[in-house]
Write a protein that binds this ligand. Sequence first.
Ligand code: FMN
Length: 394
Amino acid sequence: MLEGKTVVLGIAGSIAAYKAADLASKLTQAGVGVEVVMTEAATRFITPLTLSSITGRPVVTGMWQPASEFSIEHVSLAEAADVVVIAPATADIIAKLASGIADDILTCTVLATRAPVIIAPAMNDNMYRNPVTQENLSRLKARGFVIIEPGYGRLASGKTGTGRLAEVDRIIDAIRQVLQRKSDLAGRQIVVTAGGTREPIDPVRYIGNRSSGKMGYALAGVARERGAKVTLVTAASLPSPAEVEVIAVETALQMKRAVTRAVKGADALIMAAAVADYRPEEVARAKIKKSSRLNLELVATPDILAEIEGGFIKVGFAAESEDVIANARKKLEAKGLDLIVANDITQKDSGFGADSNKVTIIDKNGKIEDLPLMTKREVADRVLDRVAGILGKR
Ligand SMILES: Cc1cc2nc3c(=O)[nH]c(=O)nc-3n(C[C@H](O)[C@H](O)[C@H](O)COP(=O)(O)O)c2cc1C
Protein backbone atom coordinates (compact mmCIF):
# COMPACT_ATOMS: atom_id res chain seq x y z
CA MET A 1 0.00 0.00 0.00
CA LEU A 2 2.74 2.47 0.97
CA GLU A 3 5.51 1.30 -1.33
CA GLY A 4 6.19 3.56 -4.29
CA LYS A 5 3.91 6.32 -3.02
CA THR A 6 5.00 9.92 -2.58
CA VAL A 7 4.24 11.53 0.74
CA VAL A 8 4.90 15.22 1.17
CA LEU A 9 5.71 15.55 4.87
CA GLY A 10 5.15 19.07 6.13
CA ILE A 11 6.82 19.93 9.42
CA ALA A 12 5.81 23.05 11.34
CA GLY A 13 7.39 24.82 14.30
CA SER A 14 6.28 22.69 17.24
CA ILE A 15 8.39 21.20 19.97
CA ALA A 16 7.13 17.85 18.61
CA ALA A 17 9.00 18.43 15.31
CA TYR A 18 11.65 15.90 16.36
CA LYS A 19 8.98 13.16 16.14
CA ALA A 20 8.66 13.89 12.42
CA ALA A 21 12.12 12.33 12.01
CA ASP A 22 10.75 9.01 13.28
CA LEU A 23 7.74 9.32 10.96
CA ALA A 24 10.01 10.12 7.98
CA SER A 25 12.23 7.16 8.86
CA LYS A 26 9.38 4.66 9.14
CA LEU A 27 7.82 5.86 5.90
CA THR A 28 11.16 5.71 4.07
CA GLN A 29 11.74 2.16 5.35
CA ALA A 30 8.28 1.22 4.04
CA GLY A 31 9.35 2.25 0.52
CA VAL A 32 7.66 5.67 0.51
CA GLY A 33 9.32 8.58 -1.31
CA VAL A 34 9.24 11.21 1.43
CA GLU A 35 9.52 14.85 0.34
CA VAL A 36 10.01 16.97 3.43
CA VAL A 37 8.84 20.57 3.50
CA MET A 38 9.72 22.55 6.63
CA THR A 39 8.53 25.93 7.80
CA GLU A 40 11.17 28.39 8.91
CA ALA A 41 10.04 27.83 12.51
CA ALA A 42 10.40 24.06 12.13
CA THR A 43 14.08 24.45 11.21
CA ARG A 44 14.63 25.97 14.64
CA PHE A 45 13.55 22.71 16.26
CA ILE A 46 15.15 20.10 14.00
CA THR A 47 17.69 20.48 11.23
CA PRO A 48 16.87 19.86 7.56
CA LEU A 49 20.10 17.81 7.49
CA THR A 50 18.53 15.25 9.85
CA LEU A 51 15.51 14.87 7.60
CA SER A 52 17.42 14.74 4.32
CA SER A 53 19.78 12.15 5.79
CA ILE A 54 16.78 10.01 6.73
CA THR A 55 14.86 10.39 3.47
CA GLY A 56 17.79 10.59 1.07
CA ARG A 57 16.04 13.53 -0.56
CA PRO A 58 16.65 17.27 -0.46
CA VAL A 59 14.50 19.08 2.10
CA VAL A 60 12.59 22.17 1.05
CA THR A 61 12.73 24.92 3.62
CA GLY A 62 11.86 28.08 1.78
CA MET A 63 10.05 29.51 -1.14
CA TRP A 64 13.05 31.43 -2.38
CA GLN A 65 15.74 28.77 -2.27
CA PRO A 66 17.22 27.90 -5.70
CA ALA A 67 15.13 25.29 -7.49
CA SER A 68 16.52 21.79 -7.10
CA GLU A 69 14.98 18.93 -8.98
CA PHE A 70 11.53 20.45 -8.59
CA SER A 71 10.99 23.37 -10.91
CA ILE A 72 8.52 25.57 -9.13
CA GLU A 73 8.73 23.85 -5.82
CA HIS A 74 5.29 24.22 -4.32
CA VAL A 75 3.53 23.34 -7.56
CA SER A 76 5.62 20.30 -8.42
CA LEU A 77 5.54 19.01 -4.86
CA ALA A 78 1.80 19.54 -4.76
CA GLU A 79 1.39 17.55 -7.97
CA ALA A 80 3.85 14.81 -7.01
CA ALA A 81 2.09 14.09 -3.72
CA ASP A 82 -0.15 11.06 -3.29
CA VAL A 83 -0.87 12.48 0.13
CA VAL A 84 0.30 15.51 2.11
CA VAL A 85 0.82 15.02 5.84
CA ILE A 86 1.53 17.88 8.22
CA ALA A 87 2.99 16.45 11.38
CA PRO A 88 3.31 18.27 13.65
CA ALA A 89 0.85 20.99 12.60
CA THR A 90 1.03 24.16 14.67
CA ALA A 91 -1.97 26.32 15.63
CA ASP A 92 -0.46 28.85 13.24
CA ILE A 93 -0.33 26.54 10.20
CA ILE A 94 -3.85 25.33 10.92
CA ALA A 95 -5.13 28.91 11.04
CA LYS A 96 -3.33 29.80 7.80
CA LEU A 97 -4.70 26.79 5.98
CA ALA A 98 -8.22 27.45 7.26
CA SER A 99 -8.14 30.92 5.77
CA GLY A 100 -6.20 30.20 2.60
CA ILE A 101 -3.04 32.10 3.50
CA ALA A 102 -0.10 30.93 1.42
CA ASP A 103 2.93 32.90 2.58
CA ASP A 104 5.42 30.07 2.87
CA ILE A 105 6.39 26.95 1.00
CA LEU A 106 4.27 24.60 3.14
CA THR A 107 1.01 26.55 2.94
CA CYS A 108 1.55 27.18 -0.79
CA THR A 109 2.06 23.45 -1.38
CA VAL A 110 -1.13 22.56 0.48
CA LEU A 111 -3.13 25.19 -1.36
CA ALA A 112 -1.83 23.93 -4.70
CA THR A 113 -2.37 20.22 -4.12
CA ARG A 114 -5.28 18.05 -5.15
CA ALA A 115 -4.00 15.21 -3.00
CA PRO A 116 -5.68 14.41 0.32
CA VAL A 117 -4.21 16.33 3.25
CA ILE A 118 -3.72 14.88 6.73
CA ILE A 119 -3.16 17.22 9.66
CA ALA A 120 -1.71 16.03 12.96
CA PRO A 121 -1.90 18.96 15.40
CA ALA A 122 0.51 19.30 18.32
CA MET A 123 0.37 22.15 20.77
CA ASN A 124 -0.24 23.34 24.29
CA ASP A 125 -3.68 22.20 25.51
CA ASN A 126 -5.03 25.75 25.87
CA MET A 127 -3.95 26.54 22.31
CA TYR A 128 -5.64 23.37 21.12
CA ARG A 129 -8.87 23.97 23.03
CA ASN A 130 -9.00 27.64 22.06
CA PRO A 131 -12.27 28.17 20.13
CA VAL A 132 -10.41 29.75 17.22
CA THR A 133 -8.22 26.66 16.79
CA GLN A 134 -11.24 24.39 17.11
CA GLU A 135 -13.15 26.49 14.58
CA ASN A 136 -10.22 26.37 12.16
CA LEU A 137 -9.97 22.59 12.52
CA SER A 138 -13.73 22.24 11.90
CA ARG A 139 -13.41 24.32 8.74
CA LEU A 140 -10.59 22.15 7.47
CA LYS A 141 -12.50 18.97 8.37
CA ALA A 142 -15.53 20.24 6.48
CA ARG A 143 -13.29 20.78 3.44
CA GLY A 144 -12.16 17.16 3.57
CA PHE A 145 -8.86 17.45 5.45
CA VAL A 146 -8.23 14.43 7.66
CA ILE A 147 -7.49 15.54 11.22
CA ILE A 148 -5.66 13.16 13.54
CA GLU A 149 -6.70 14.25 17.00
CA PRO A 150 -3.77 14.88 19.34
CA GLY A 151 -3.34 12.61 22.34
CA TYR A 152 -3.68 13.27 26.06
CA GLY A 153 -0.58 13.20 28.22
CA ARG A 154 2.39 15.19 29.43
CA LEU A 155 2.99 18.29 27.32
CA ALA A 156 6.23 20.18 26.80
CA SER A 157 5.02 22.82 29.25
CA GLY A 158 5.10 20.19 32.00
CA LYS A 159 1.29 20.22 32.25
CA THR A 160 -0.89 17.28 31.43
CA GLY A 161 -3.55 17.80 28.78
CA THR A 162 -4.66 17.18 25.21
CA GLY A 163 -2.20 18.40 22.61
CA ARG A 164 0.46 15.72 22.20
CA LEU A 165 1.22 14.79 18.61
CA ALA A 166 -0.60 11.53 17.79
CA GLU A 167 1.62 8.44 17.91
CA VAL A 168 3.64 7.93 14.72
CA ASP A 169 1.99 4.55 14.07
CA ARG A 170 -1.45 6.21 14.18
CA ILE A 171 -0.29 8.76 11.64
CA ILE A 172 1.00 5.98 9.36
CA ASP A 173 -2.35 4.16 9.75
CA ALA A 174 -4.16 7.31 8.67
CA ILE A 175 -1.86 7.64 5.62
CA ARG A 176 -2.60 4.02 4.73
CA GLN A 177 -6.35 4.57 5.09
CA VAL A 178 -6.30 7.68 2.94
CA LEU A 179 -4.27 5.93 0.24
CA GLN A 180 -6.69 3.03 0.33
CA ARG A 181 -9.61 5.38 -0.17
CA LYS A 182 -11.65 3.91 -2.89
CA SER A 183 -12.07 5.39 -6.30
CA ASP A 184 -15.05 3.09 -6.72
CA LEU A 185 -17.27 5.87 -8.04
CA ALA A 186 -14.93 6.87 -10.87
CA GLY A 187 -16.89 7.39 -14.08
CA ARG A 188 -20.18 7.66 -12.16
CA GLN A 189 -22.41 10.69 -12.12
CA ILE A 190 -24.14 11.51 -8.85
CA VAL A 191 -26.62 14.25 -8.04
CA VAL A 192 -26.90 15.30 -4.40
CA THR A 193 -29.34 17.78 -2.89
CA ALA A 194 -28.70 19.72 0.30
CA GLY A 195 -30.17 22.29 2.64
CA GLY A 196 -33.67 23.35 3.54
CA THR A 197 -35.76 25.09 0.91
CA ARG A 198 -37.22 28.53 1.64
CA GLU A 199 -40.75 29.18 0.48
CA PRO A 200 -41.39 32.93 0.20
CA ILE A 201 -44.37 34.58 1.87
CA ASP A 202 -43.46 38.09 0.75
CA PRO A 203 -40.18 39.80 -0.30
CA VAL A 204 -38.93 39.60 3.30
CA ARG A 205 -40.35 36.47 4.92
CA TYR A 206 -40.24 32.80 4.09
CA ILE A 207 -41.21 29.42 5.49
CA GLY A 208 -38.08 27.42 6.14
CA ASN A 209 -36.73 24.54 8.17
CA ARG A 210 -33.74 23.71 10.32
CA SER A 211 -31.72 21.76 7.77
CA SER A 212 -28.12 23.06 7.66
CA GLY A 213 -27.07 21.29 4.46
CA LYS A 214 -24.03 19.68 6.13
CA MET A 215 -25.08 16.10 5.33
CA GLY A 216 -25.61 16.86 1.64
CA TYR A 217 -22.31 18.74 1.38
CA ALA A 218 -20.51 15.81 3.06
CA LEU A 219 -22.09 13.41 0.56
CA ALA A 220 -21.13 15.59 -2.40
CA GLY A 221 -17.52 16.03 -1.19
CA VAL A 222 -16.98 12.36 -0.39
CA ALA A 223 -18.61 11.18 -3.66
CA ARG A 224 -16.23 13.49 -5.55
CA GLU A 225 -13.23 12.21 -3.60
CA ARG A 226 -14.29 8.67 -4.52
CA GLY A 227 -14.12 9.62 -8.18
CA ALA A 228 -17.71 10.55 -9.10
CA LYS A 229 -18.72 13.55 -11.16
CA VAL A 230 -20.98 15.34 -8.71
CA THR A 231 -23.70 17.95 -9.07
CA LEU A 232 -24.88 19.50 -5.82
CA VAL A 233 -28.26 21.18 -5.94
CA THR A 234 -28.34 23.20 -2.78
CA ALA A 235 -30.59 25.49 -0.82
CA ALA A 236 -27.82 26.05 1.75
CA SER A 237 -24.83 28.34 1.42
CA LEU A 238 -21.90 26.44 2.88
CA PRO A 239 -18.37 26.50 1.39
CA SER A 240 -18.48 24.45 -1.83
CA PRO A 241 -16.69 21.11 -1.85
CA ALA A 242 -13.78 21.03 -4.32
CA GLU A 243 -14.51 20.09 -7.93
CA VAL A 244 -18.25 19.75 -7.44
CA GLU A 245 -20.73 21.52 -9.72
CA VAL A 246 -22.91 23.60 -7.41
CA ILE A 247 -26.39 24.77 -8.42
CA ALA A 248 -27.93 27.16 -5.90
CA VAL A 249 -31.70 27.16 -5.50
CA GLU A 250 -34.10 28.53 -2.96
CA THR A 251 -37.53 26.96 -3.29
CA ALA A 252 -38.87 23.43 -3.72
CA LEU A 253 -40.03 24.26 -7.26
CA GLN A 254 -36.59 25.57 -8.21
CA MET A 255 -35.01 22.48 -6.69
CA LYS A 256 -37.28 20.22 -8.71
CA ARG A 257 -36.40 22.01 -11.95
CA ALA A 258 -32.66 21.87 -11.21
CA VAL A 259 -32.74 18.21 -10.17
CA THR A 260 -34.78 17.22 -13.23
CA ARG A 261 -32.09 18.75 -15.45
CA ALA A 262 -29.16 17.41 -13.42
CA VAL A 263 -30.27 13.76 -13.28
CA LYS A 264 -30.13 13.30 -17.06
CA GLY A 265 -27.56 10.52 -17.47
CA ALA A 266 -26.95 10.28 -13.72
CA ASP A 267 -26.27 7.00 -11.91
CA ALA A 268 -27.72 8.09 -8.58
CA LEU A 269 -29.80 10.81 -6.99
CA ILE A 270 -29.26 11.32 -3.27
CA MET A 271 -31.80 13.69 -1.77
CA ALA A 272 -30.39 14.91 1.53
CA ALA A 273 -32.22 18.24 1.24
CA ALA A 274 -35.15 19.01 3.50
CA VAL A 275 -37.66 20.12 0.90
CA ALA A 276 -40.64 22.05 2.25
CA ASP A 277 -43.87 20.07 2.06
CA TYR A 278 -45.95 23.22 1.65
CA ARG A 279 -45.51 26.67 0.17
CA PRO A 280 -47.71 29.77 0.36
CA GLU A 281 -50.08 29.68 -2.58
CA GLU A 282 -49.68 33.42 -3.17
CA VAL A 283 -46.45 35.32 -2.68
CA ALA A 284 -47.20 38.93 -1.73
CA ARG A 285 -45.40 41.43 -3.97
CA ALA A 286 -44.92 43.91 -1.14
CA LYS A 287 -44.04 43.27 2.49
CA ILE A 288 -47.18 42.26 4.36
CA LYS A 289 -48.02 44.84 7.00
CA LYS A 290 -48.18 43.70 10.61
CA SER A 291 -51.65 43.01 11.91
CA SER A 292 -53.17 40.95 14.69
CA ARG A 293 -53.70 37.91 12.50
CA LEU A 294 -52.36 36.57 9.21
CA ASN A 295 -53.89 33.66 7.36
CA LEU A 296 -51.72 31.95 4.80
CA GLU A 297 -53.13 29.45 2.33
CA LEU A 298 -50.52 26.74 1.82
CA VAL A 299 -50.35 24.30 -1.05
CA ALA A 300 -48.33 21.10 -1.29
CA THR A 301 -44.97 21.30 -3.05
CA PRO A 302 -43.94 18.55 -5.49
CA ASP A 303 -42.47 15.39 -3.99
CA ILE A 304 -39.26 15.51 -6.00
CA LEU A 305 -37.98 12.03 -5.20
CA ALA A 306 -41.31 10.34 -5.82
CA GLU A 307 -41.98 12.22 -9.05
CA ILE A 308 -38.58 12.05 -10.73
CA GLU A 309 -38.19 8.85 -12.69
CA GLY A 310 -35.17 7.45 -14.45
CA GLY A 311 -32.91 4.48 -14.42
CA PHE A 312 -30.83 5.89 -11.56
CA ILE A 313 -30.55 4.81 -7.95
CA LYS A 314 -32.76 6.85 -5.64
CA VAL A 315 -31.65 7.52 -2.09
CA GLY A 316 -33.84 9.44 0.35
CA PHE A 317 -33.36 10.78 3.85
CA ALA A 318 -36.01 10.59 6.54
CA ALA A 319 -35.65 12.95 9.47
CA GLU A 320 -38.11 11.58 11.98
CA SER A 321 -38.96 12.36 15.56
CA GLU A 322 -41.03 9.22 16.28
CA ASP A 323 -41.45 5.69 14.90
CA VAL A 324 -38.30 6.34 12.91
CA ILE A 325 -37.90 2.97 11.19
CA ALA A 326 -41.60 2.43 10.43
CA ASN A 327 -41.99 5.91 8.97
CA ALA A 328 -38.79 5.60 6.95
CA ARG A 329 -39.95 2.27 5.51
CA LYS A 330 -43.25 3.85 4.45
CA LYS A 331 -41.34 6.62 2.65
CA LEU A 332 -39.03 4.12 0.96
CA GLU A 333 -41.99 2.26 -0.48
CA ALA A 334 -44.12 5.29 -1.33
CA LYS A 335 -41.30 6.98 -3.25
CA GLY A 336 -39.87 3.84 -4.89
CA LEU A 337 -36.43 4.28 -3.33
CA ASP A 338 -33.44 1.96 -3.36
CA LEU A 339 -32.22 3.19 0.01
CA ILE A 340 -33.46 5.40 2.79
CA VAL A 341 -31.28 6.93 5.48
CA ALA A 342 -33.34 7.45 8.61
CA ASN A 343 -32.32 9.59 11.50
CA ASP A 344 -33.95 10.37 14.80
CA ILE A 345 -33.69 14.14 15.05
CA THR A 346 -34.50 14.08 18.78
CA GLN A 347 -31.13 12.39 19.51
CA LYS A 348 -28.31 14.49 20.95
CA ASP A 349 -25.48 15.39 18.49
CA SER A 350 -27.50 14.08 15.57
CA GLY A 351 -29.51 15.55 12.73
CA PHE A 352 -30.02 19.22 11.89
CA GLY A 353 -27.02 21.49 12.25
CA ALA A 354 -24.85 18.88 14.00
CA ASP A 355 -21.51 17.71 12.56
CA SER A 356 -22.39 14.14 13.48
CA ASN A 357 -25.30 11.91 12.71
CA LYS A 358 -26.73 8.65 14.00
CA VAL A 359 -28.54 6.94 11.16
CA THR A 360 -30.10 3.69 10.07
CA ILE A 361 -29.88 2.70 6.41
CA ILE A 362 -32.78 0.65 5.10
CA ASP A 363 -32.79 -0.86 1.63
CA LYS A 364 -35.69 -1.92 -0.55
CA ASN A 365 -35.23 -5.55 0.46
CA GLY A 366 -35.91 -4.52 4.03
CA LYS A 367 -32.31 -4.94 5.22
CA ILE A 368 -31.61 -2.62 8.15
CA GLU A 369 -28.11 -1.30 8.89
CA ASP A 370 -28.03 0.54 12.19
CA LEU A 371 -24.90 2.74 12.36
CA PRO A 372 -23.37 4.25 15.52
CA LEU A 373 -23.01 8.02 16.01
CA MET A 374 -20.41 9.16 13.47
CA THR A 375 -19.34 12.30 11.62
CA LYS A 376 -21.46 13.28 8.63
CA ARG A 377 -18.49 12.50 6.35
CA GLU A 378 -18.33 9.00 7.79
CA VAL A 379 -22.08 8.61 7.29
CA ALA A 380 -21.58 9.83 3.72
CA ASP A 381 -18.93 7.16 3.17
CA ARG A 382 -21.27 4.43 4.46
CA VAL A 383 -24.17 5.60 2.30
CA LEU A 384 -21.88 5.75 -0.74
CA ASP A 385 -20.57 2.24 0.04
CA ARG A 386 -24.15 1.06 -0.39
CA VAL A 387 -24.67 3.10 -3.57
CA ALA A 388 -21.40 1.72 -5.01
CA GLY A 389 -22.54 -1.79 -4.06
CA ILE A 390 -25.82 -1.42 -5.96
CA LEU A 391 -24.08 0.15 -8.96
CA GLY A 392 -21.56 -2.70 -8.99
CA LYS A 393 -24.36 -5.26 -9.32
CA ARG A 394 -26.01 -3.50 -12.25
C1 FMN B 1 9.81 26.31 22.35
C2 FMN B 1 8.61 26.51 21.50
C3 FMN B 1 7.73 25.50 21.31
C4 FMN B 1 6.58 25.67 20.55
N1 FMN B 1 5.72 24.63 20.37
C5 FMN B 1 4.59 24.81 19.66
C6 FMN B 1 3.69 23.73 19.48
O1 FMN B 1 3.90 22.62 19.97
N2 FMN B 1 2.56 23.96 18.77
C7 FMN B 1 2.30 25.17 18.24
O2 FMN B 1 1.22 25.31 17.62
N3 FMN B 1 3.14 26.21 18.36
C8 FMN B 1 4.29 26.05 19.05
N4 FMN B 1 5.16 27.10 19.19
C9 FMN B 1 4.85 28.38 18.53
C10 FMN B 1 5.21 28.30 17.02
O3 FMN B 1 6.55 27.94 16.86
C11 FMN B 1 4.92 29.67 16.37
O4 FMN B 1 3.52 29.89 16.37
C12 FMN B 1 5.45 29.73 14.97
O5 FMN B 1 5.14 30.98 14.42
C13 FMN B 1 4.88 28.64 14.11
O6 FMN B 1 5.33 28.79 12.79
P1 FMN B 1 4.90 27.76 11.63
O7 FMN B 1 3.46 27.47 11.83
O8 FMN B 1 5.19 28.50 10.36
O9 FMN B 1 5.75 26.55 11.74
C14 FMN B 1 6.32 26.93 19.95
C15 FMN B 1 7.25 27.97 20.11
C16 FMN B 1 8.37 27.75 20.87
C17 FMN B 1 9.34 28.88 21.04
